[in-house]
Design a protein around this ligand. Structure first.
Ligand code: MG
Length: 335
């Protein structure tokens, strides 16, 4: 087995501003697993917020490439062994996890959803993200997203109410709010969430900084909308911190370390009665595909990272009427 990877720079289609930062470009890595004449692929899109930089991601990919065994053997055993080699590089591990599973699917001719016993017809609609911008530009983005039934609006600043009102001038589509830890305190958060609840907003992601567990427990008891942990939830080991403080979790492969860890996180969330969102970062259609095969298990899909970039090098699964339609093709299903 040989692991090869290359770096690639993705650029957002429009200015991509969140409550904490403005993203002008995103470094990602495309990984190939060569074995027995079949190539499996995956993507690593590291997120600095979780301590993984392009440099540390690259170093982790190099370590895993060097330590790869000759034969693939049991895929789960191989994927679990990555945790020891790259404990602080979940995006790098997610890329290798996806490449291994893509290889397994291609070698058996089966799409991943079938290997996992998942019914693709249960795919929830995916949201289309609108970043923080002027009310005029936000309204324009909402118009452009007219094929989508759900919009995800980045919030957490002084323009929140103006942006929501601007969108409501052109569409009644469901809005999900994502404040990326942006509200300053729990009282402000509650006031804002109560205002949003009257405007067909479905849920709010990460209203307060991830470490404010006590404030989140207070807020969860009062919030009229479901609250979803994103920055507060990386992997199944964080479950104790979120169970009382949120109604659900946003699982991303680049946070938890890949499809195997994501399936474990989904099971752990269900065991505790938590809702599940399957999310992403700015990434190409290759990375999105790995999460999309799991999305029928989720209550909410937020898998639009590939639609937000200007230069997607892959031909992703199509989005029809706001839902990802998984191709019945081997592995990840990306040609
Ligand atoms: Mg989020």
């Amino acid at each position: 087995m040989k692991l090869r990877f290359s770096a690639h720079t993705l650029r957002p289609r429009h200015a991509f501003t969140l409550s904490r930062e403005s993203i002008r470009e995103k470094q990602t890595f495309f990984v190939e697993l060569h074995h027995d004449g079949i190539v499996g692929r995956g993507e690593a899109a590291p997120m600095a917020r979780f301590g993984e930089t392009p440099a540390s991601c690259r170093a982790a990919l190099e370590r895993m490439a060097e330590a790869l065994p000759q034969r693939l053997g049991d895929p789960e055993t191989l994927i679990r062994s990555l945790e020891v080699l790259a404990p602080h590089a979940p995006a790098a591990r997610a890329a290798v996890d996806a490449a291994v599973m893509d290889w397994v699917g291609r070698s058996t001719g089966a799409p991943l959803f079938r290997i996992w016993g998942i019914d693709p017809s249960e795919m929830p609609p995916t949201s289309m993200t609108i970043a923080i911008d002027t009310p005029e530009r936000v309204r324009q983005r909402a118009r452009e997203a007219n094929g989508f039934t759900v919009l995800k609006l980045k919030l957490g600043g002084r323009r929140d109410q103006a942006m929501v009102s601007a969108i409501r001038e052109v569409t009644d589509a469901i809005i999900r709010g994502d404040t990326n830890e942006g509200y300053p305190d729990r009282e402000t958060a509650l006031r804002e969430i109560e205002w949003l609840a009257e405007r067909n907003v479905e849920l709010v992601e990460q209203p307060l900084p991830a470490d404010r567990v006590e404030d989140m427990i207070w807020l969860r008891q009062r919030s009229p909308l479901p609250l979803i942990a994103d920055e507060a939830f990386m992997h199944a080991r964080d479950m104790d911190n979120v169970t009382e403080a949120y109604h659900g979790i946003n699982i991303k492969l680049v946070k938890c370390g890949g499809t195997l860890a994501a399936r474990e996180a989904i099971a752990a969330a269900r065991a505790r009665g938590l809702e599940v969102m399957l999310g992403c970062t700015l990434e190409s259609s290759l990375g999105i595909a790995a999460a999309a095969h799991l999305a029928p298990l989720a209550d909410y899909a937020d898998l639009d990272g590939n639609l937000l970039i200007a230069d997607d090098p892959f031909d992703g699964h199509p989005v029809i009427d706001g839902r990802i339609v998984l191709r019945d093709a081997p592995g990840l299903g990306i040609p």
